[in-house]
Design a protein around this ligand. Structure first.
Ligand code: ATP
Ligand code: MG
Length: 294
């Protein structure tokens, strides 16, 4: 896999000479704020499976802190019949996956994931994600009212991440833009579940269910030009080299390889057909030539 990427980078010139690369070596301003700004106060909010803490930063800004020690703690408490939220994505690693997800989104320039860093707060290591001042949760907006381009970009990102927890409760909507949150259950060889879980009961007074778009929907959509350009820019400019190094600090090497194989696969689909003909084309590690692990 790596060789394919290397070959491409050599063909397209020395990536390191591209000065635009430099920006990807450094954190953005938003990342620096999340990483360094003094904490004004923090308060545990009722999360789902994981402990979630609303953190206010001094002067300006706030984030959701998800400490490693709180991963899956409510899930086990609710007696779902298993020790882990996902068997192939171990608790204690989610916060790194939250950060890795943001990095993939940033390097692909998809702009779907709020800035997310790793930080120690009150002696606890975890992920800190910028708060989105959203208008609606995904489940409050019928999917067909969302822009097709945004949905397709989200589908591409979720495939690349191999997201196993993408449902409309983990999407925030503002001004027709989608924000993908709750990205701890990504990259592992678990199930790829974009948007297609059964209706979810959110419990209590706010009980709601949603109708996700049927999986076949994506096979009828051609991949928008913007997504093609973004993936090609990512590959041609050699950003992948920097991303690879950063992901290897967060994830097991086989999961990083599988992620890059999926990016390569998506690029091939774009080049050859311009569309996804069937979900069966999308495998956990296309380079390994295994059967669809869905
Ligand atoms: N970036 C964000 N901006 C605004 N609100 C957020 C953000 N991230 C999380 N939240 C809020 O915190 C809640 C819990 O966050 P999240 O879904 O990440 O936690 P979780 O415990 O992993 O969730 P669950 O098990 O319910 O899927 C969200 O439903 C949302 O209300
Ligand atoms: Mg959630």
């Amino acid at each position: 896999m790596e060789n394919n990427f290397e070959k491409k980078a050599i063909q397209s010139g020395d990536a390191k000479s591209d000065s635009a690369m430099a920006e990807f070596l450094n954190p953005t301003i938003q990342e620096r704020i999340l990483e360094t700004r003094e904490i004004e106060n923090s308060e545990v909010i009722s999360g789902g499976a994981n402990r979630c803490v609303l953190v206010k930063l001094k002067d300006d800004g706030s984030g959701i802190f998800k400490p490693a020690s709180g991963e899956g703690e409510n899930h086990i408490g609710k007696n779902f019949g298993q020790q882990e939220v996902r068997l192939e994505v171990r608790a204690g690693t989610y916060y790194k996956r939250e950060r890795a997800t943001y990095l993939v989104d940033r390097f692909l320039d998809f702009n779907l994931v709020p800035p997310t860093v790793i930080r120690e707060i009150d002696g606890e290591i975890g992920s800190l994600q910028q708060i989105v001042d959203y208008d609606n949760f995904g489940f409050e907006v019928p999917w067909h009212k969302l822009p097709e381009k945004e949905l397709m970009k989200l589908f591409a990102l979720d495939y690349i991440l191999w997201s196993s927890d993408r449902g409309p409760e983990n999407l925030l909507i503002k001004n027709n833009r989608i924000y993908a949150i709750d990205n701890g259950l990504t990259f592992g060889p678990d199930k790829f579940l974009p948007f297609e879980r059964e209706g979810v009961s959110l419990g209590g007074d706010s009980e709601k269910s949603y109708s996700p778009p049927p999986p076949e929907i994506y096979s009828h959509w051609s991949i928008p030009a913007e997504i093609k350009e973004k993936i090609n820019t990512f590959l041609e400019r050699g950003r992948w080299q920097i991303l690879r190094g950063q992901l290897l600090e967060l994830l097991p090497p086989d999961e990083v390889d599988a992620c890059f194989a999926r990016i390569q696969k998506f690029a091939e689909l774009i080049k050859n057909k311009g569309e996804i003909s069937s979900r069966a084309e999308l495998q956990f590690n296309p380079a390994a030539g295994e059967q669809d692990s869905n």
